[in-house]
Design a binder for this molecule. Structure first.
Ligand code: SGN
Ligand code: CA
Length: 489
């Protein structure tokens, strides 16, 4: 699992931005899920759902600020109880310590890209030399090498990348900083005609993505540009991150960012012109991080090949949620709109999943735990709210017995100011309710996949609106989510 890796930044999904041959191997040799979604598009809650198979209101982890209740029965605990060796390396983000693992080593909070610190099972922290994505993979491979080879295993490799402040190894920054990426058609749209939530958000690449705290430009180049002038916290942040990069790479990376600073000094772009540059810099740095993820996925797959493990290991690649890559002019996630609700998912399971197959079912984060348990022929406990995807992976039951997904986002007020909302996503329609401002949105995902045209007041859609609302109430009852949103008006 990686952090903030959008499906559009995997070539098996979209060839426009980056080539990811190693992740794509999972699609070629296994299955690509084209409609996999989260239930609450934010890091900690997705990870808690992975552990429990439950929606956020049930597992208690509604936002990134919550501490996960580690007395809960979780996926690794069930595996461990059933004789599996269990391990987790990398991002954790649940605040309490991991339970149910024979071995774990986690990043504190979001972790660092260079010279990352890790918390070990003993509770101490130490600094590791290198780049986080490489180090996490090294640690995972070294665990695989040292494990008891007579027992089956569950290993979770959780990368920090490509989370913001996107910082990649020099070789990838060098490759990506001169590339130009296609702009999404909605990059320059404004908020006119949209609802309160849209107007309040602070997700704008132009207005809210700070150049220096994103490590795109050395603060000294921004000092005399009033609109871009960094504050003291930005400068401290910039230096604290940058100074972790070992020399001589730090200097080489600085030189590349200096080009951006000089360009800003020279051209003083504003508005759309500035957004044009910021979007490209965002994509260059984000995709450079993804390139390193892909390289490291390749290392793990090679390890499985060389050690005779590929044939009987189910490999799953996913990201914790989707990520705005310039659509609506935005970065970050949180929304129930498909861009951030969708998460990439690819699985390889030789002999069980037909190579090169595509799964178009609506699948969701609540299904991850039931699916892994079922794949290992372990019982799925009744408290889990998801369903096993195994029948739809092996071809036994191509269409899953569920065609609507429930969603609830809670984290307000926090980064990027996205209002609380809940809703339902069907095959074709999506209904969203921003309950603190009592505003509804309805989208026809076939006619309007970019979700620009709110049909809530459209006379032609009143029947579907009523149906979706009825289905939403049914799902809310089914998943027993009461108490936060109050009555739906
Ligand atoms: C940080 C980021 C936010 C991001 C949250 C949550 N700001 O606060 O942009 O939404 O993490 O991300 S940054 O200035 O540190 O980059 S999450 O993936 O962990 O949920
Ligand atoms: Ca994330």
């Amino acid at each position: 699992m990686s952090d903030d890796h959008d499906a559009d930044a995997i070539s098996a999904y979209n060839k426009k931005f980056i080539n990811t041959p190693n992740i794509d191997r999972l699609a070629k040799e296994g299955m690509l899920f084209t409609r996999n979604f989260v239930a609450n598009s934010i890091c900690g809650p997705v990870r808690a759902t992975l552990q429990t198979g439950q929606h956020s209101h049930k597992n208690g982890m509604k936002d990134n600020r919550t501490r996960f209740d580690s007395t809960k029965i979780t996926l690794p605990r069930i595996f461990q109880f059933n004789g599996y060796q269990t391990a987790l390396v990398g991002k954790w983000h649940l605040q309490s310590y991991p339970v149910g693992y024979d071995y774990w080593k986690i990043l504190p909070g979001q972790g660092q890209y260079f010279e990352p610190r890790f918390i070990s099972m003993k509770g101490d922290t130490s600094t590791y030399h290198g780049y986080a994505t490489n180090v996490i993979t090294d640690e995972a491979i070294s665990w695989l090498n040292g494990r008891n080879k007579s027992k089956p295993f569950l290993l979770q490799i959780h990368h920090k990348a490509p989370h913001r402040y996107f910082l990649a190894p020099l070789k990838y920054i060098e490759q990506y900083h001169s590339k130009t990426f296609p702009e999404p058609s909605t990059l320059y749209i404004d908020t006119a005609g949209h609802g309160t939530a849209w107007r309040l958000q602070t997700m704008s690449i132009l207005h809210n993505m700070k150049l220096c705290s994103d490590l795109k430009v050395d603060p000294k180049y921004l000092m005399d540009i009033p609109e871009l002038k960094p504050d003291s916290l930005d400068i401290v942040y910039y230096n604290s991150i940058f100074n972790r990069i070992p020399e001589p790479d730090r200097n080489s990376i600085k030189k590349i960012y200096e080009e951006r600073g000089k360009l800003l000094q020279q051209l003083r772009p504003k508005g759309k012109e500035l957004l044009k540059y910021k979007y490209q810099w965002y994509m260059q740095d984000y995709l450079a991080c993804v390139a390193s993820i892909d390289e490291n996925v390749g290392r793990v797959l090679n390890y499985l090949d060389k050690n005779g493990l590929a044939k009987n290991t189910l490999v799953i690649y996913t990201g914790d949620q989707g990520m705005y890559l310039g659509e609506n002019g935005w970065f970050d996630k949180r929304w129930m709109y498909d861009v951030s609700m969708q998460a990439p998912m690819l699985m390889r399971w030789p002999g069980k999943i037909k190579p090169g197959s595509i799964n178009t079912n609506l699948t969701q984060t609540i299904d991850y735990a039931p699916t892994m348990l079922d794949a290992a022929s372990l019982d799925i406990p009744g408290f889990m709210q998801g369903i096993s995807l195994v029948p739809s992976m092996t071809g036994k039951q191509k269409i899953l017995p569920r065609n609507k997904l429930y969603y609830h986002f809670y984290e307000y007020k926090a980064d990027h100011t996205v209002l609380q909302h809940l809703g339902i996503r069907g095959e074709r329609y999506k209904l969203i309710y921003f309950y603190t401002v009592n505003e509804w949105e309805l989208y026809d995902l076939e006619a309007d996949p970019q979700e620009q045209n709110n049909l809530i007041k459209s006379a032609a859609h009143q029947l579907i609106r009523a149906q979706m609302k009825y289905e939403l109430l049914k799902l809310r009852d089914l998943y027993d989510d009461h108490g936060t949103a109050g009555e739906l008006h």
